[in-house]
Design a protein around this ligand. Structure first.
Ligand code: ADP
Length: 411
């Protein structure tokens, strides 16, 4: 066992999440976040780590940090105190989650060129890439000698063919303004593909799956021969399924009509579509658990929101079965909803029996709370799998591959 460590960072506008991994043997050892950066009286560092006694060890420390650099410095001091006094020397790489990487298809070492690309992509991801850059800047200042790698949410979808990623708009908009579909949650879809291939006993390059990442943000990917051929999110994470607070697909003319008749500004429209729509807009609640409960109590709007959520997933499973020419090895369910809600999985699969998707109800009911499993009946033509996603683990693996590849090249 070596003392080498790898740090994965996920920066939000006022938070910095971290997960620490041991390298040899490879595995997660601590997870935490610095929250409310910039809010001096409420800044808090929370962390938890497994302990020998079985009950996880937890920390919650109030320390001010005026920006991401301050938060990163505090995280380092915390890790030095609670993990190892020589922590800074033991870190072999830092992996960063970056939401938008345009058409970059691989994780990339954070050199000037990569940082510039992330900056360029910020136009298309104004809420996500700027905090990502702050996280990168902070980590580069605090760990100046450690290689840093960006892992992009868009990268896995870079294999989509042009007929999937183009919008039916004037071609100029694509050429001059990079307006096209990119897709998100790519790190999760990639991880789910690899796990599914393992469960199916097939090489990744021969695996055809439809991966359903269903959480408060949701997306589905169609994967043929280990490569993404289509996904539901588009230029931004607003397209596709109906989500907790996002509308998903709709006629773009609705936007024009709303702006005209309600006199909505660009900012108001953005807030409406991203933060006030979806389950929240239809039912008044963005948490699917509450929506299900209220629907069961007879609330009509909750029943409608639930039915809309389920129907859109079914529609895309149907569409992506066609994208894969009918050759689907498995449908994978993951993320908060997909991993935990046997009710939603049951509702989705109930009316898809005619497509050869037959669920084993007992297995479905038993596979919740972070369990991995096969919930298909023996006569199901397509395997139905539940796989807990682990984006940080995937980022750590990809970061290590980049760093080790680099080490091999320069050796
Ligand atoms: P994100 O990472 O996008 O914030 P998650 O993947 O953690 O979201 O999913 C969170 C969502 O999962 C919650 O909003 C909740 O609606 C849903 N969820 C979690 N557990 C259940 C459950 N047992 N039944 C239905 N929905 C659930």
């Amino acid at each position: 066992m070596s003392s080498k460590k790898l740090l994965v960072l996920n920066a939000g506008s006022s938070s910095l999440k971290f997960k620490l991994f041991g390298v040899e043997p490879f595995g997660a050892s601590m997870t935490g976040m610095f929250d409310r950066i910039g809010d001096a009286s409420n800044c808090v560092l929370k962390a938890s780590a497994p302990s020998a006694e079985g009950k996880p060890k937890k920390w919650e420390i109030k320390i001010p940090a005026k920006d991401h650099v301050g938060a990163m410095e505090n995280i380092l001091s915390f890790l030095k105190e609670n993990v190892s006094g020589t922590f800074a020397k033991e870190v072999v790489a830092v992996g960063h989650r970056v939401v938008h990487g345009l058409d970059i298809s691989q994780p990339a070492i954070l050199c000037e060129n990569t940082v510039n690309k992330i900056r360029e992509a910020a136009v298309l991801a104004p809420l996500h890439n700027p905090p990502g850059l702050q996280g990168i800047d902070a980590a580069q200042k605090v760990f100046p000698d450690v290689p840093q790698v960006a892992v992009f949410d868009t990268a896995f979808h870079a294999t989509m063919p042009a007929h999937s990623y183009m919008y039916g708009l004037p071609y100029d908009l694509y050429e001059k303004h990079k307006i096209r579909r990119y897709g998100f949650h790519g790190t999760s879809h990639k991880y789910l593909l690899e796990q599914a291939a393992g469960m199916l006993g097939k090489p990744v390059s021969e695996t055809n799956v439809i991966t359903c990442h269903l959480g408060s943000g949701s997306s589905i990917a169609a994967i043929r021969g280990g490569k993404c051929v289509d996904t539901t999110m588009g230029m931004t994470p607003l397209e596709g399924l109906m989500m907790g607070t996002r509308s998903g697909d709709m006629d773009p003319a609705v936007v024009l009509h709303m702006q005209k008749t309600l006199n909505l500004s660009i900012k108001d429209t953005d807030t409406m579509l991203n933060k006030k729509s979806g389950l929240l807009g239809v039912t008044g609640n963005n948490d699917l658990r509450s929506v299900i409960e209220n629907a069961q109590k007879g609330d009509q709007r909750s029943a409608l929101g639930l039915a809309m959520f389920v129907y859109r997933v079914q529609k895309y499973i149907g569409a992506y079965t066609a994208s894969l020419g009918g050759n689907v090895d498995a449908i994978v369910f993951s993320a908060g909803v997909g991993e935990n809600s046997s009710i939603i999985r049951g509702l989705i699969l109930e009316s898809l029996k005619g497509m050869g998707l037959v669920m084993d109800s007992a297995a479905n009911d038993a596979t919740v709370g972070g369990k991995q499993g096969d919930i298909s009946a023996s006569n199901s033509r397509v395997r139905l799998l539940v796989i807990p996603t682990d984006e940080e683990l995937s980022i750590a693996q990809q970061t290590l591959e980049v760093v080790q590849g680099k080490a091999a090249k320069s050796a």
